[in-house]
Ligand binder design. Structure first.
Ligand SMILES: Nc1nc2c(c(=O)[nH]1)N[C@H]1C(S)=C(S)[C@@H](COP(=O)(O)OP(=O)(O)OC[C@H]3O[C@@H](n4cnc5c(=O)[nH]c(N)nc54)[C@H](O)[C@@H]3O)O[C@H]1N2
Ligand SMILES: Nc1nc2c(c(=O)[nH]1)N[C@H]1C(S)=C(S)[C@@H](COP(=O)(O)OP(=O)(O)OC[C@H]3O[C@@H](n4cnc5c(=O)[nH]c(N)nc54)[C@H](O)[C@@H]3O)O[C@H]1N2
Ligand code: SF4
Ligand SMILES: [Mo]
Length: 848
């Protein structure tokens, strides 16, 4: 065994690391034991030692006493001080002084900024007779904004329209949560012992025998609250791996099987695996009999999806599909680590549901070393469900829902539907959006599919506030008011994304920046003083309420408590007790506070995620009965009830995207656009568009890189490091070629999220963001069943070398000055011409 946890623990000099202390002096530094979260962003939160001198962050080291990360840090945390102390980081609130995009600003006070915002809303929305639904609140991916920004939208601004602009089908994570909510009722993650404080030494834990790394690169991404190095530790203890990925990753290179499928054909593999498992009777019979519903129906349905059928679609040989299915199913403890690629397909929600069935039929649910079911630590669940408690019901009823653009579906998610929001911006229907509030997102550089189209939607918005630690392309392009925010180093905050509950303790100051939490308190007291003065008058009160009730309604005067009635409906339901498990555990002993958590070393594990076989113990269902949190109490292998209620076909079917169906069936089209352009694979240096300011990161990774195969490089005469154009019907951008001999010659791999903070901010250059933006080539409005998922990672393109002799305008000029690549967008439609219909249209005509 290459990794022995006890030996690792034994090798740490715990007194040298000041066990039991959270702050001490060392060699002229103050050292603080805490967690980072964001900004800059990351889904995870690792234990750090922050070294400060005279109130300035000087360096960061991993904390080997932290059980989450065991002292291991990414370069992004090790280099945190450079981001925090970035010289051009905004110090004060700013008011736009020139035209949008001129990058002219004047310094204002916080009081002026908040007054201006309050006045604008009063005059242009309230007194104009409009509702607060005409404010759209925008955020990006999950990080230390996930609960705070929706909460700000609901409690401070009173709007139900909150979401991530341009993120069609919320094709990040949401499909996975919805797909598993329907069948299992809870979310499964690979058990690498992360639920236990004693980790790999926990007596009940067992390392997985086989882990499938599927559409995920957990080493680079540490995505969704999960750390990639936990799986490396499993590998070192003997776990075997399967990689299902179009490109050869580190995991593929270390795997027993690598299935290099054609992008976005995962459902074909998943169905074929189910076919092999059910026909060869490899399922866990006892688990299926006791805990699963509709096994026979599932077996009968998947009989048609043989490995030979799948091989035709996904280009992986049938025998490899068959053998890898057996390898997973025959393992006593198998686990599946899935990633973003699951969300970026037309089939997303059905794919996620089908792969959760693979876990279920093999009995790989909540048993040590398989996929365990997890919830937020101590059931602290702030976010959308609580935001809507504070939005008046009549306003909430006006939320922009999926049926506005994709008739026939039922809205069941917390956010406003992304495409419905697009349509409201593009057409003013069903009502116009007047104000855009963006916090923790950099939409035109990153979040938005069809970025030039989103630019067009937003350029004339009447009033825009951007709150961010940095001046981003989005801020330059749209902000009327810019609010400077704190980073993790300056911020008192907490997080629950699984377990443990963690605290971030501020260690330094940055001029007049406020934290997201401080902004909520300041804005709420300005705009909604009656509620805020009673409930969250101060930061301390806000943090305390996070621990006590997770922002659910608890009225000490009446003793009544309320929770949200459900994501799609307005209103609230009375409940017995709004208090969190944390409050219940610590209220009596007085240790239920932010300060107490900090003094404990900034973390505390909860019992639920620490427990196996929760379904046998009655821990999952609200009624306390054994079983799963589904309508029948069993895992519903065919989710008739839930998908039925959502308007989604419970029988999964593989659907190609508009691009790939044409690529597969029309030789002329394929000749014009010979490549599938996979995009947005993560890199160690950056988190989306973040960290581009840091010289050290840019030394490692100076330019956007597009990977091409050796064969393509030869065919096109492209050399390593040469700039090339990528283009399709929607637009074009350029990136630098990197020749990868392992890449399939039919694919190119482009990066996303680029801008150059060292370059000119003003229009038309806008930090160069549109020149290199792969989202010039993606589309909105093409979503899967339920309006969930969008196939933006399997678009098509052509490539050609960049030459100096073509005097065409740069993409930045095209987008910010010349009206964009296209002027023929039709609201509600992904492509205006030259493309087939979406699968929904094809289905209506009976072609699917
Ligand atoms: N083509 C293509 N496009 C993609 C992707 C892809 O794979 N391919 N990936 C997509 C995915 S999965 C996602 S999730 C989106 C992400 O899109 P975004 O979430 O918009 O990406 P970021 O660059 O992380 O933008 C976050 C902004 O938030 C700020 N920030 C960081 N931390 C904090 C904080 O704690 N508080 C506040 N208020 N601000 C903070 C940062 O400074 C930054 O400006 O991009 C999507 N775009
Ligand atoms: N360093 C860093 N970490 C990040 C981020 C970041 O920007 N930088 N972003 C964060 C965010 S918001 C997210 S959503 C996560 C995403 O992180 P992950 O879930 O790990 O996903 P990716 O890194 O986008 O891609 C993983 C793999 O999917 C493969 N892939 C592409 N298309 C397909 C397909 O159709 N099928 C299959 N099976 N595989 C495919 C790619 O080749 C790649 O190797 O990372 C998070 N963590
Ligand atoms: S995963 Fe990496 S970047 Fe994220 S908090 Fe941990 S060390 Fe920092
Ligand atoms: Mo994401």
């Amino acid at each position: 065994m290459l990794f022995d946890y006890q030996e690792f623990l034994g090798g740490i000099d715990r007194s040298a690391y000041h066990e039991g202390e959270w702050q001490w002096e060392e060699d002229g530094y103050t050292v603080t034991r805490t967690y980072t979260y964001s900004a800059p962003g990351c889904h995870t939160s690792c234990g750090v030692l922050m070294y400060t001198k005279d109130g300035k962050l000087e360096k960061v080291e991993g904390d080997p006493l932290d059980p989450c990360a065991n002292g291991r840090l990414c370069m992004r945390c090790l280099n945190l001080a450079e981001g925090v102390n970035y010289a051009d980081r905004p110090k004060y609130p700013l008011r736009r002084a020139g035209e949008r995009g001129e990058n002219k600003w004047e310094r204002i006070t916080w009081e002026e900024a908040l007054d201006e915002i309050a006045d604008w809303i009063r005059v242009n929305i309230d007194e104009a007779g409009l509702g607060r639904e005409s404010i759209f609140v925008n955020h990006g991916t999950g990080r230390n904004i996930s609960s705070w920004v929706p909460f700000l939208g609901g409690a401070c601004l009173g709007t139900p329209n909150i979401g991530a602009i341009g993120s069609s089908g919320y094709s990040c994570y949401l499909p996975r949560t919805c797909g598993t909510a329907a069948s299992i009722g809870d979310f499964p993650i690979v058990d690498a012992s992360e639920g236990h404080e004693d980790r790999y030494a926990n007596p009940e834990w067992h390392r997985p025998d086989v882990v499938v790394i599927w559409g995920c690169e957990p080493l680079k991404s540490n995505a969704d609250g999960y750390l990639g190095h936990w799986l490396v530790a499993c590998m070192q203890m003997g776990t075997e791996f399967i990689s299902i990925d179009p490109q050869l990753t580190w995991w593929g290179a270390h795997a027993a099987y690598w299935l290099p499928l054609r992008p976005a054909t995962d459902l074909a593999i998943a169905l074929a695996w189910l076919n092999v498992i059910t026909t060869e009777e490899l399922q866990d019979k006892e688990f299926v009999d006791c805990w699963c519903a509709y096994y026979d129906e599932l077996k009968e349905y998947v009989a048609q999806f043989t490995p030979e059928w799948a091989a035709e679609i996904c280009e992986v040989p049938a025998d490899v599909i068959r053998e890898s299915a057996r390898f997973y199913a025959n393992a006593e403890r198998g686990a599946i680590q899935w990633g973003l690629a699951f969300d970026t397909q037309n089939d997303s929600i059905q794919l996620c549901q089908t792969v959760s069935n693979l876990m279920s039929v093999c009995g790989n649910i909540d048993k040590p070393g398989t996929n365990i079911l997890v919830r937020n630590g101590f059931e602290i669940n702030p976010g959308y469900a609580t935001a809507q408690l504070y939005c008046p019901p009549e306003t909430f009823a006006k939320k922009l829902t999926v049926d506005v653009v994709h008739p026939g579906y039922v809205h069941f998610i917390g956010m406003a539907d992304c495409d419905a929001v697009n349509q409201a911006f593009e057409t003013g229907k069903p009502y116009p959006i007047k104000m855009f509030w963006s916090q923790g997102a950099n939409c035109i550089a990153c979040t938005a599919n069809a970025a030039p189209r989103v630019y067009k939607m937003l350029e004339n918005v009447e009033f825009c506030v951007v709150a961010d630690p940095y001046l981003t392309p989005t801020a330059i392009a749209f902000a009327d008011i810019f609010l400077p925010l704190k980073t993790t180093a300056e911020r008192d905050s907490m997080r629950v994304w699984w377990t443990p509950l963690r605290a971030m303790k501020s260690v330094s100051e940055w001029y007049e920046a406020k934290s997201d939490e401080e902004l909520i308190v300041a804005l709420g007291n300005k705009l909604n003083p009656e509620l805020f003065q009673k409930r969250w008058p101060t930061l301390e009160a806000l943090l305390q309420d996070y621990l006590d009730t997770g922002f659910n309604i608890y009225d000490p005067e009446t003793g009544k408590s309320y929770k949200s009635a459900g994501r799609s409906k307005a209103g609230m339901v009375e409940i017995e007790d709004a208090h969190t498990e944390y409050w219940k555990k610590h209220h009596a002993d007085g240790e239920c506070s932010f300060d107490a958590l900090v003094e404990k070393g900034c973390y505390e594990y909860d019992d639920l995620c620490d427990t196996y076989y929760k379904y046998e113990k009655g821990l999952l269902r609200p009624d306390g009965q054994v079983g799963f949190s589904t309508p029948s109490g069993r895992i519903e292998l065919v989710p008739f009830a839930t998908f039925g209620a959502w308007g989604i076909d419970p029988w999964p079917k593989h659907h190609e995207s508009i691009h790939t169906i044409k690529w597969l069936t029309d030789p002329e089209f394929k000749k014009e656009y010979p490549f599938i352009c996979v995009n947005g694979s993560r890199s160690y240096e950056f988190f989306h568009s973040e960290n581009r300011q840091q010289a050290t990161m840019r030394e490692f990774h100076p330019w956007p890189i597009v990977k091409i195969s050796t064969q393509t490089a030869e065919e096109y005469g492209i050399g390593e490091g040469e700039w090339i154009w990528l283009e399709n019907s929607e637009g074009r951008c350029r990136q630098k070629a990197h020749i990868d001999p392992t890449l399939n010659p039919n694919y190119v791999y482009a990066e996303h999220g680029w801008w150059f903070p060292e370059e000119e901010p003003a229009f038309p250059h806008l930090y160069g963001t549109f020149d290199v933006n792969i989202n010039n080539l993606t589309a909105s409005y093409e979503t899967g069943p339920g309006g969930i998922g969008c196939p933006f990672k399997s678009i098509v393109c052509k490539i050609y070398k960049c030459t100096d002799d073509v005097a065409e305008p740069a993409p930045g000029e095209v987008v910010t000055r010349l009206g964009g690549f296209r002027n023929d967008y039709v609201a509600g439609e992904p492509y205006a011409y030259g493309m087939e219909d979406s699968w929904q249209e094809r289905q209506k005509r009976g072609e699917e």
